[in-house]
Design a protein around this ligand. Structure first.
Ligand SMILES: [Mg+2]
Length: 207
């Protein structure tokens, strides 16, 4: 179970979208994101607020898809390919926007059915219409719910940089904090292990 924003890719999608708006919106949103990832705010309390402020269009989501691929973590492509070749089932679990993450998944040859994120909807003109409020990943403990619902083969290793990732810890065999882009004390404290690179992660997963 791999987080995407600031783990598999070096950007925060919602912050990137906000950077297309004026400075006040961009600053407000990146502050909300950072506080949620540090565990000071729940994801539930900010999810719809952030999207309502940004209102991403369909074409912006498409450009964000390219940005995720551009900013892929160093070594991630090779490490994921090696892990998959060794029989590891690689899943992406993200509070980010599913339609923007699919190109990254395609690049890594991860099937769409292994991508668990939040869909956004557009009207016929490609303007923002809303998001899938029922998607578990839009909620604070949603990633844990996803792990439980999937009833995956064990052992399960969850990897991420934020508190919403750390919420998976009770439902998996090992939660690994990824510190390659951002290191947060509460997340590291909640983790069994920390890694700063995908090379290290591969070593840990494949033993
Ligand atoms: Mg993250």
């Amino acid at each position: 179970m791999l987080d995407v924003d600031s783990t598999l890719s070096g950007i925060e999608g919602i912050d990137w979208l906000a950077s297309l708006r004026d400075d006040t919106v961009a600053r407000a949103i990146s502050e909300l994101t950072e506080r949620a990832m540090r565990g000071e705010l729940t994801l539930d309390s900010i999810y719809s607020e952030r999207l309502a402020l940004v209102r991403p269009t369909e074409s912006e989501i498409s450009v964000l898809g390219d940005e995720y691929v551009e900013a892929i973590a160093p070594g991630a492509e090779g490490a994921i390919s090696d892990m998959k070749a060794a029989g590891v089932n690689v899943l992406l679990v993200s509070g980010g926007i599913r339609e923007a993450i699919l190109p990254l998944a395609a690049r890594l040859e991860i099937p769409e059915s292994n991508v668990h994120a939040v869909s956004v909807f557009f009207d016929a003109a490609g303007e923002y219409w809303g998001f899938d409020e029922m998607a578990p990943a839009a909620h604070q403990k949603g990633k844990r719910k996803i792990v439980e619902l999937l009833a995956l083969e064990r052992p399960i290793i969850a990897v991420g940089d934020g508190m919403t990732d750390a919420e998976m810890a009770p439902a998996v065999d090992s939660f690994v904090a990824f510190t390659g882009f951002v290191s947060r004390d509460r997340v590291v404290a909640a983790a069994q292990r920390s890694v700063a690179t995908f090379h290290e992660l591969k070593g840990l997963v494949l033993g």
